[in-house]
Design a protein around this ligand. Structure first.
Ligand SMILES: Nc1ncnc2c1ncn2[C@@H]1O[C@H](COP(=O)(O)OP(=O)(O)O)[C@@H](O)[C@H]1O
Ligand SMILES: CC(=O)N[C@@H](CCC(=O)OP(=O)(O)O)C(=O)O
Length: 301
């Protein structure tokens, strides 16, 4: 065999390894949540866009839901406004809401749409306000048994998948900012992006919810050890929830909600690893943490 053929062979093997996953995922909707903490460097963002476009060309239907917590905090700081989080959610005054909307819909979403569209006329950005995609009511939280007012933070009450479905049917990649319209008060609400992604995944009947973040996955004993739980069932996750802290709470609550509402798998993966989406979907190894519904399941994937 010529040297050229020798060097090409591993590439063919990699493509063949992807074959069963290509078959399994063909035509399926995958909701990908890209967290603000995983959006820190330009190369990672460009690799993320390549992966999403790859999925689309491989016959999947990717929907991107993005966060932007650190980007919102830095803009608030520039404007001399404070950032306060309670139970992992940003206390959102009307003034803060203007900044949240401006940063998510006007900056972060625009940037992702731009990166995706370097590969063709694919991405279309929208927020949950568009075409009633996400409706919400005011959300309160409880701290030490007391009801705490978070301002304009919303809880998703209804999803109209029409606009996203139309975009998917047209071969586009929807890029959704986690902002919702008030179901009955005409206000605009700030939704945690993990929560929004999980609600959309369930409403769309997605096969997979994939949450990209800045850790390897769900650590069994964070912050004491970096042992990642590779797979767990909904019931196992439910038992773990009270022990979780900070940003992992909405993420894992979202994963639980998704698999309890028809999504086959919910995964938390390391967005700091280039091409982590492709590794997770198309290779035998799989990375990160996968949540599966209760009941008989195949192994990983
Ligand atoms: N059990 C856990 N496993 C992994 N990370 C955890 C855990 N508990 C809390 N965390 C924290 O959650 C963070 C991820 O959430 P967050 O900062 O909101 O990310 P993102 O911007 O991607 O949504 C991690 O960086 C880590 O500090
Ligand atoms: C209510 C609430 O906390 N909303 C979030 C929305 C953005 C988000 O969730 O961004 P990440 O995914 O990067 O954390 C916020 O204001 O930061």
């Amino acid at each position: 065999m010529s040297t050229r053929k020798h060097t090409a062979l591993p590439k063919a093997q990699t493509l063949i390894e992807a074959l069963p996953w290509l078959t399994r995922h063909h035509g399926k909707t995958v909701v990908i949540k890209f967290g603000g903490n995983a959006m820190v460097d330009e190369e990672l963002k460009a690799a993320f866009a390549q992966d999403v476009v790859f999925l689309r060309h491989a016959g999947l239907k990717p929907v991107v839901v993005h966060g932007g917590g650190p980007q919102i905090s830095s803009q608030l700081e520039k404007l001399g406004l404070t950032s306060e989080f309670k139970a992992g959610l940003r206390v959102t005054t009307p003034e803060t809401m203007d900044v949240v909307r401006m940063v998510l819909a006007g900056q972060v979403q625009r940037e992702l749409v731009g990166l995706l569209n370097q590969h063709g006329p694919l991405a279309v950005g929208l927020t949950g306000e568009d075409a009633h995609t996400m409706s919400a009511v005011k959300r309160y939280t409880e701290i030490d048994g007391e009801r705490v007012d978070l301002g304009r933070v919303g809880e998703v009450t209804a999803i109209d998948t029409g606009a996203i479905q139309a975009l998917l049917d047209d071969g586009r990649i929807p890029v959704v900012s986690s902002i919702a319209r008030g179901a009955d008060d005409g206000q605009v609400y700030n939704i945690n992006a993990d929560t929004a992604a999980a609600a959309l995944a369930a409403a769309l009947g997605a096969e997979t919810l994939m949450v990209l973040t800045d850790v390897e996955g769900l650590y069994a004993d964070w912050p004491n050890s970096d042992d990642v739980i590779s797979q767990l069932t909904a019931s196992q996750l439910e038992k773990l929830l009270p022990e979780l802290a900070s940003g992992m709470v909405p993420k894992m609550e979202g994963c639980l909600y998704a698999v309890r509402n028809g999504v086959n798998t919910a995964r938390v993966i390391d967005g700091r690893v280039q091409h982590s989406i492709l590794l997770e979907i198309f290779t035998d190894e799989g990375i990160g943490t996968m949540v599966v519904p209760d009941g008989p399941q195949g192994g990983r994937k």
